[in-house]
Design a protein around this ligand. Sequence first.
Ligand SMILES: NC(=O)c1ccc[n+]([C@@H]2O[C@H](COP(=O)([O-])OP(=O)(O)OC[C@H]3O[C@@H](n4cnc5c(N)ncnc54)[C@H](OP(=O)(O)O)[C@@H]3O)[C@@H](O)[C@H]2O)c1
Length: 335
Amino acid sequence: MSKKYYQLAPDLTICRIVNGMWQVAGGHGYIDHELAIADMMKYHDAGFTTWDLADIYGPAEDFIGQFRHRLSTLKGKEQLDRISALTKWVPQPGRITRPIVNESIERSLRRMNVSSLDLLQFHWWDYNNPYYMDALKYLSDLRDKGIIKHVGLTNFDTEHVQTMIDSDLPIVSNQVQYSIIDRRPEVKMIPFCLEHNINLLAYGSVCGGLMSELYLGRMQPSIAELNTLCLRKYKQMIDAWGGWNLFQELLLTLKRIAQKHNVNIANVATRYILAKSAVAGIIIGVRLGIVDHRNSNAQVFNFSLDKSDCNDIDAVCTKSNNLFEVIGDCGDEYR
Ligand SMILES: NC(=O)c1ccc[n+]([C@@H]2O[C@H](COP(=O)([O-])OP(=O)(O)OC[C@H]3O[C@@H](n4cnc5c(N)ncnc54)[C@H](OP(=O)(O)O)[C@@H]3O)[C@@H](O)[C@H]2O)c1
């Protein structure tokens, strides 16, 4: 058994399964606005009260604003305290000035209908452009003023998180891809996070849905058969990791473990990463108003994997390529 909620900071509690909103940005089917907001209410009622979003995820920040308005009207203002909304700022590479930072954060505040951001996760495309240090400094100033409660990062590698820490820029979290097949964080990032008390928020842990019964025993799908951007993205990751046949062997192993615990493959994949050191939460993408896996994903909190389960999973993975060697550290796939 494991706890459903986690204290990311004294004033910031998150649900350990975070609703990922990249899916509303396009490439994941038509999102009906009304149905989406109604679905957000259902996630909230089921206790999935934390949202991961970004300024660049289409209408995601507006959805948070409208959802907050709807929730407070229907169920009372006190319900708003249960929500945590973790947004990102993903600026275009270029010179970063204080007014640019202030305007971007003000836009997110307005869109999300909040007076302060719970967590602002900063992404930077190009380490050769040194303005990321200025950006972090200005974001830290906004945190000191209470406009941002906490500053985090996304897709930063260990070396550059180290630079932040050396410059006395405190970081609460780093959001990175982390799954049974993509274990790059284990090489450098997790040891570093443990030493410096930084939390990891993991995404891609169910590989866009490929880690599920739906793909067990199936022939290798072509890219055209994969109808969402995230399925295509993680299929490429599987190809780099070891290919479809090895992935089938992994799915078979996960299925056997799932049956033992009376859960499903996605639950085992999520549970495995949730139990890893430094991992505060797993972000699972939600296609609002289209399909929901709420009941399924709630099972993650009702069981634990034992040592033999983990050994069996790890034994399959020893046959794979080492993605740290193939791709590099966390976030290197974006650079
Ligand atoms: N910082 C970054 O650069 C970055 C990058 C990627 C993602 N993210 C964040 O992380 C979130 C999640 O990552 P992701 O979208 O890449 O991938 P993901 O969470 O691995 O995949 C989401 C998909 O998995 C399927 N799924 C979820 N629960 C399931 C279950 N219990 N059984 C079977 N299938 C299940 C659903 O597919 P169907 O809807 O098709 O059923 C869902 O749309 C994003 O929404 C975003 O917030 C951040």
